[in-house]
Design a protein around this ligand. Sequence first.
Ligand code: COA
Length: 154
Amino acid sequence: MKADFKQSKVGLRPAKESDLGFCAELLRKEFSKAPYNEKWTPAKAMRAVRLWARHPKSAIYVIEMGGKRTGIIFGSEFYSEPEGNGFFVEEFAVAEGLQGKGIGRKALALLEKDLKKKGFKALTLLSHRKSKAFKFYQKIGFKKSGMEYLRKIL
Ligand SMILES: CC(C)(COP(=O)(O)OP(=O)(O)OC[C@H]1O[C@@H](n2cnc3c(N)ncnc32)[C@H](O)[C@@H]1OP(=O)(O)O)[C@@H](O)C(=O)NCCC(=O)NCCS
């Protein structure tokens, strides 16, 4: 999928092969912190990003600010009931030191605009209840779905 837009100084574009290291490092750093406390290593993060990049229905976006890489959005297409075409945001992060400056909000607005143009009807994401992002998503129109995320370790 291609993002072909720009809004103010924040931009969103599909990741290239040369961005995968940046994506992995941001993923590792941001999700190693509370409340996520995920046990990332550089090698695990790179493996995750490569797996994601190979997924046929996935999209990895790089968020840019003034031409400099500042964040990532990973997502994929899925069938959303009852709306139809849906997009699932799997990972969303802005680099430390640049958070809280409005970059994430603008990037999500750009993502929504791009997805609407491509015919997507719904945007879904998972958010940790204890993260700062949780309230933010509800402020910008996301509603709790009533579904719970369940896992079984194999
Ligand atoms: C969540 C995240 C992507 C938002 O990007 P951002 O550029 O910091 O967000 P913005 O500056 O556009 O702010 C959007 C809202 O997020 C909130 N927020 C989220 N994380 C924040 C942070 N670390 N510092 C300050 N504000 C934060 C703010 O309250 C703001 O709401 P407001 O504008 O109504 O005050 C970014 O903070 C981040 O990478 N956090 C760590 C990883 C993470 O939690 N990702 C979400 C996974 S679901």
